[in-house]
Ligand binder design. Structure first.
Ligand SMILES: [Zn+2]
Length: 322
């Protein structure tokens, strides 16, 4: 039997405010185990893709993006109970200090948007895993922890305003303060790495808008990617050459900066086959939103495990002129 593809699942927070409860995650992990999959860390997956090790058993990758504290408090014990490995992609600007926390000694768990707002606007990273937890994940629990950028930076990516109640954390982040109730123009937020984007700048009571040219964006990407690589290498005393794209998005400018920062592999949100001989800079995953049922997971794992040579489809990124 040749195992043709490694399904890689992308989770985020493991918490009720985001609709993805620890109970749901436990059901998913049981399903993965009962279907006979072995869990691999992303370093092992990159070795398989680059043909440094064979793929001779049914394997799955479990990844968590953003480094939310709920991954440490809730996801880790569920993984450990089942003897499973997982990989955590963290934003290094949000890694604070302090001792490891537990379910009884943890801040009230907030949703993703509130957590990003608190970390980026209020400079309070308590909703994300701290240094002690990141170190323990790797050195005590055998998990992989790798960079997901330094600051998960956003930009406005659409010209159509969004309603105040649909504002996400990017609106506040881009104005540098909580703008709730101020009636400031707000647009859909997205990657500041893969998009030229639009940035507000307030002067004399007026808002001016600027976008970046390719060189400025390259410089911005390179600085962020080098910063997250250096920071995590210092914390974990390990080489960090595997990256995970925030929002799963990239383009030629951001990809060039990633390579120049010294990364050798990158995880995306593209669909397609992950197997020996693939492109290590384009390792696709599937996002597992709270809407995805257990039935969906079973079907997806069965299909992808035996996937034929499907072409990798690239997530489209519309770029507007600078
Ligand atoms: Zn993210």
């Amino acid at each position: 039997m040749s195992w043709r593809s490694i399904p890689i699942l992308c989770y985020h927070n493991t918490s009720a405010p985001d609709g993805h409860t620890p109970e749901q995650l436990a059901q998913h992990l049981d399903c993965i185990r009962d279907m006979g999959f072995k869990t691999l860390g992303v370093r092992e997956i990159v070795e398989i893709v680059t043909k440094k090790r064979p793929l001779d058993f049914p394997a799955v990758g479990i990844t968590f993006d953003d480094g939310h504290v709920s991954n440490w408090v809730y996801a880790l014990p569920l993984l450990k109970e089942r003897g499973m490995r997982a990989s955590f992609f963290v934003c290094t600007d949000f890694i604070g200090s302090g001792p490891v926390r537990s379910q009884s000694f943890a801040p009230k768990i907030l949703g993703a948007g509130a957590s990003f707002l608190q970390a980026t606007v209020n400079n309070n990273p308590e909703q994300f895993m701290n240094q002690s937890e990141v170190k323990s994940l790797v050195h005590d629990h055998g998990m992989d922890v790798l960079p997901h950028s330094a600051g998960h930076e956003c930009s406005f990516i659409r010209e159509k305003p969004v309603a105040a109640k649909k504002e996400n954390w990017c609106c506040h982040r881009l104005y540098g303060r909580d703008i709730s109730g101020e009636n400031m123009p707000c647009f859909k937020g997205g990657s500041a790495y893969a998009r030229p984007g639009w940035f507000p700048h307030q002067e004399n009571g007026k808002i001016h808008w600027h976008a970046r040219d390719r060189q400025k964006r390259y410089n911005f990407c390179l600085a962020d990617f080098k910063r997250c690589k250096d920071a995590l290498e210092k914390i974990l005393n390990k080489e960090m050459d595997i990256f995970c794209w925030p929002w799963g998005e990239f383009d030629s400018v951001s990809e060039r900066a990633l390579g120049d920062a010294g990364f050798q592999a990158a995880f995306t949100l593209e669909r397609g086959r992950v197997a020996p001989g693939g492109n290590p800079m384009r390792i696709g995953r599937i996002g597992v939103s709270p809407r995805k049922s257990l039935g969906w997971l079973k079907k997806y794992l069965s299909l992808l495990r035996f996937a034929p040579l499907a072409a990798t489809t690239r997530k489209k990124v519309k770029l507007t002129a600078c």
